[in-house]
Write a protein that binds this ligand. Structure first.
Ligand code: AMP
Length: 547
């Protein structure tokens, strides 16, 4: 027997239509390169998103075309989230902080037809333009007065383009499994890989993220996503907060500036905000030195990297802000786990609650979680056994764009049994709190960005006086993790630490150059002859970078 319910498709445009009708006067406040405090309402936002959909159609963009964005968190980027996806095109958010050759690769791989760029990103696009094979036009996210002068062809001014458009547009309804967005991740080895979200996955993820035991989002909230909109859809906040009718505050290019963040929190009465630990560190340092407050900020969610206990304690005890640590991945939209207490836990001593906040959290409904040993046997949730962390659910990728979607295939992150292998190693305690203990993927995450350890090792090993080199990520108080290089010198070598750093500076991006070099007689290897990174991380677990 079939259920007798409407087959209404879960569409991103339905969030916008609901929001406009129910919260027409709710505000969206942004910092942009051309305005330190822009404000408008959901009504303006919905009208301009429709104008954007018309603009894209008039430019010749078609259903399914990839439309790139290289932009910070502001109202224009939000219009792209809704205008592009709502009209059936794919909003491809690109991280402007990646290495230029990665951005080049990503735009060509996704075959972006048009790209919307922040003024600040124009020099990058000018440099890359001769190599961008699919691009038919560039739209600069600014007004006429601040349009950069450029020799590039087919460059449009966003505000001028919008002003020419009708604000009437009927959002089409189509299959909810259609792609709505794309984000590339470099959290694995090799070239960045494209994750493709659907309307259905995005809506289900937004519902789950808004639940009381997740972020508890409501129309009484003032939400400030500091996590960039080019990083996994700003953790879904641009969808969940508009879905519930919250006021949005967006810090634009000032997302790492403690002073701007404090000012926005205080003057706009921000109650909920989200960012990687490095951002909270920058805000706390500014608060401590300025004596300023963040009284309205009830909840600070953090993720992307393990949150140092000190941040949780300083926010809690000095500023009365509760830290909500979460864990997820680009491949997971990203929500996997979030901190939430179970019944009876509210009365635990504060120390114990901090212990739980310092873990990666409990799973939300929609994501199944398991840990498995090397033979893929499921391990118990006893807080002791650790193994490969695997996940399943409706907002978790089946594979990467242009690569195999066949579970178990070499280039597919989903194992033969249908679980996505996260590349993280974890324990899960009897209450369901997950704790990341290590990583099997050979990458280092520093300040929220990925660095390839293999690239560092290859560069080091190209020196004739270096016999073997291994790069591992170690805790760093500012960047959460920084690369540490461990080197075995060739017989008779006379290299110093400084020589090696200088050699690498000439071959690697600044960000990838290790912060320190340690010399050793021998590196540990696995039975198959690979560098044993787990053993190395264990050996150097207490290593501290000089501050
Ligand atoms: P990305 O796809 O760039 O968002 O990176 C996802 C990866 O970041 C995960 O697989 C973890 O390795 C790491 N990660 C994310 N959140 C946390 C967290 N709360 N604690 C520790 N590692 C995290």
């Amino acid at each position: 027997m079939k259920g007798l319910m409407m087959k209404t498709q879960l569409m991103i445009s339905s969030i916008l239509r609901h929001a406009e009708k129910n919260y027409p006067n709710q505000e969206i406040v942004s910092v942009t390169a051309d305005n330190p405090r822009h404000r408008y309402t959901y009504t303006d936002f919905a009208r301009r998103s429709r104008q954007l959909a018309n603009a894209l159609t008039n430019l010749g963009a078609k259903f399914g075309d990839r439309i790139g964005t290289l932009a910070w968190n502001d109202y224009r980027h939000l219009e792209l989230y809704y205008g592009v996806s709502g009209s059936g095109m794919v909003c491809h958010m690109i991280n402007p902080k990646l290495f230029p050759e990665q951005i080049n690769y990503i735009i060509n791989h996704a075959q972006d037809k048009f790209i919307f760029v922040d003024v600040l990103v124009m020099p990058l696009i000018e440099a890359l333009h001769p190599h961008l094979t699919s691009l038919e036009g560039i739209i600069v996210l600014t007004g006429k007065d601040t349009m950069p002068i450029t020799e590039l062809p087919n460059v449009y001014c966003y505000e001028e383009l919008l002003a020419e458009q009708d604000d009437d547009y009927d959002w089409p309804e189509f299959d909810e499994n259609t792609a709505c967005g794309m984000c590339y991740t470099s959290g694995t080895t090799g070239n960045p890989k494209g994750v493709v979200y659907s309307h259905r996955s995005t809506l289900l993820h937004a519902y789950a993220g808004a639940l009381p035991d997740a972020t508890n989002a409501s129309n009484r909230d003032v939400c400030m996503p500091i996590v960039p909109m080019f990083h996994v859809n700003a953790w879904g906040i641009p969808y969940a907060s508009i879905m519930v009718g919250a006021k949005l505050v967006m810090p634009g290019p000032k997302m790492a500036d403690g002073e701007t963040l404090q000012n926005l929190i205080e003057t706009e009465k921000v109650s909920y905000s989200s960012g990687v630990p490095t951002i909270w560190m920058a805000l706390l340092d500014y608060l401590d030195s300025s004596g300023k407050k963040i009284d309205s900020l009830e909840t600070a969610s953090t993720g992307g990297a393990a949150c140092p206990r000190g941040i949780i304690e300083r926010l809690k005890f000095d500023y009365n802000t509760r830290v909500l640590q979460g864990w997820g991945m680009t491949e997971m939209s990203p929500l996997g786990t979030l901190f939430s207490l179970k019944p009876g836990m509210e009365d635990l001593p504060e120390e114990k609650i901090t212990d739980l906040q310092a873990k990666q959290g409990r799973t939300v409904f929609g994501v199944e979680l398991k840990i498995a040993d090397d033979n893929n046997n499921e391990l118990p949730w006893d807080g002791v056994a650790f193994g490969a962390l695997k996940v399943k659910g409706p907002w978790i990728a089946t594979g990467y764009y242009g690569m195999s979607q066949e579970p178990g295939a070499d280039d597919c992150p989903v194992d033969a049994d249908g679980w996505l292998n996260t590349g993280d190693v974890a324990t899960i305690d009897p209450d369901g709190f997950m704790q990341i203990t290590d990583r099997t993927k050979d990458v280092i995450k520093t300040g929220g960005e990925w660095v390839s350890s293999i690239e560092i090792e290859n560069a080091a090993a190209s020196h004739e006086q270096i016999a073997e080199a291994a790069a591992i990520g170690r805790y760093h108080p500012k960047w959460t993790e920084r690369p540490l290089l461990i080197v075995v010198l060739s017989p008779g070598a006379t290299l110093s630490k400084e020589d090696i750093i200088e050699y690498l500076q000439a071959r690697l991006h600044k960000w990838s150059v290790p912060d320190d070099v340690i010399f050793t007689e021998e590196l540990p290897h696995t039975a198959t002859g690979k560098l044993n990174k787990l053993a190395l991380r264990q050996t150097y677990k207490d290593y501290e970078f000089a501050s």
